[in-house]
Design a protein around this ligand. Structure first.
Ligand SMILES: NC(=O)c1ccc[n+]([C@@H]2O[C@H](COP(=O)([O-])OP(=O)(O)OC[C@H]3O[C@@H](n4cnc5c(N)ncnc54)[C@H](O)[C@@H]3O)[C@@H](O)[C@H]2O)c1
Ligand SMILES: [Zn+2]
Length: 368
């Protein structure tokens, strides 16, 4: 078992990473207080992994709350259901909530922990690659409003995160690949050496080689922890984690969240943002193509589908909550491994970058 510490100003917390961690009683014991324990999971993950967790919680009687599976249930009703359960258990301020599942379970359980009695203890057991490398670390919690994703939320850091790599054995290929998009993102914005490694080991990663997976998750968590430690509430450097996300969110919104998984939309978004960086002369030509080759290796989409209107995407981009009034604020690349927040792209440069991407990375290169 590996331990990575997320160093925050007010508190630090461990991220445990290893195999058979869900059943590791000693690690869980360290982080459960005297109060009542509520495990929140969904109807897909609980049948797969609740027994393992149960074996680690002996001596800690807990209650279980199952929510339906899917992003469409990341709602006020589901959040209220968790609160209701806590009330009916007569949970007090010393209660602990454990989220067992992907990012949806983690985000909504985290917000229930943030809001119940103004904040109770929260433990994460992420079971998707995306949740392990991204959602479970950093303390963003919340749920969706009909008008937009994650509109209601709070920062509430977990007391500990338990990443059991074994849980990835049952994860569908498409979900696994979508998680890889965020992994590639860390290499692109902050870690050139990691990006090289991801290129070299692409075959082993696709085959889910156990050692490659553990290393990839560890290095991703280290990258995220390093960035979050510098800027817990996203006043500065944390914004770099949004690389590919403005275009990605626009693609998700334009397709009514039906066509792409989040990581898939981000994959396309990163290639567009890299293309724009080249067009702006911020980075050397060829970076968008390099990024696209790596993403494509993992069956991730890299082009804006021809049926999606660029005008519609532009409009959605302007509505993105991360945009600023003075100009569209985007994360652009100086090189693979180094990114910046920039708000000086003109509308026509942004549109050109999107148009070029529709014909694929080779064409992006030619246009520059
Ligand atoms: N808080 C953050 O910083 C942050 C960061 C990124 C994403 N998110 C949020 O995370 C959510 C997406 O997370 P996700 O991609 O994990 O989606 P998800 O939670 O919907 O999980 C994807 C699917 O995989 C299933 N699943 C989970 N673990 C499994 C396993 N081990 N084996 C088989 N199936 C399994 C789930 O039941 C679900 O059907 C979004 O709501 C997004 O907003 C939050
Ligand atoms: Zn993301």
């Amino acid at each position: 078992m590996n331990t990575i510490t997320v160093e925050l100003a007010a508190n630090a917390y461990p991220v445990y990473l290893g195999r058979e961690l869900l059943g590791e009683a000693s690690a869980w014991k360290r982080h459960l207080g005297q109060g009542k324990v509520l495990v929140v999971s969904n109807d897909t993950v609980a049948p797969l992994y609740l027994e393992k967790l149960k074996s680690a919680l002996v001596g800690h009687p807990f209650e279980l709350h199952i929510i339906p599976d899917g992003e469409q249930f990341k709602t006020v009703e589901t959040w209220y259901g968790i609160i209701d359960k806590l009330v009916s258990m007569q949970a007090r301020r010393d209660a602990s909530l454990i989220a067992l599942g992907g990012g949806v379970v983690g985000d909504i359980t985290g917000f229930a922990a943030a809001s119940y009695m103004r904040g109770v203890r929260f433990l994460q057991a992420p079971t998707t690659l995306l949740a392990q490398v991204d959602a479970s670390v950093g303390g963003k919690t919340g749920f969706n409003h009909a008008q937009g994703k994650n509109l209601i939320g709070a920062f509430h850091q977990p007391s500990a995160v338990f990443i059991d790599v074994d849980t990835l054995d049952t994860l569908a290929a498409r979900e696994f690949n979508a998680g890889l998009a965020e992994v590639v993102k860390y290499g692109a914005i902050n870690d050139a050496t990691f990006f090289d490694w991801l290129e070299q080991e692409a075959g082993a990663i696709a085959a889910r080689d156990p050692e490659a997976l553990e290393y990839l998750i560890r290095r991703s968590v280290l990258n995220k922890a390093e960035i979050v430690a510098q800027d817990e509430k996203e006043a500065g450097v944390r914004a770099l984690l949004n690389f590919g996300h403005s275009f990605g969110h626009a693609l998700e919104a334009e397709t009514a969240y039906r066509q792409f998984l989040h990581g898939e939309a981000v994959a396309i978004g990163m290639v567009v943002a890299a293309g724009l960086s080249e067009l702006r002369g911020l980075c050397a030509p060829g970076q968008a193509a390099r990024l696209a080759t790596l993403l494509h290796h993992h069956d991730l989409p890299i082009r804006i589908p021809a049926n999606i209107s660029i005008a519609g995407l532009s409009k959605a981009l302007e509505l993105d909550k991360k945009a600023v009034a003075s100009g569209l604020r985007l994360v652009l690349l100086d090189a693979i491994g180094r990114a910046r927040v920039d708000d000086s792209s003109s509308k026509s440069e942004i549109v050109t970058a999107m148009r070029s991407n529709r014909d694929g990375p080779t064409h992006v290169k030619q246009e520059n």
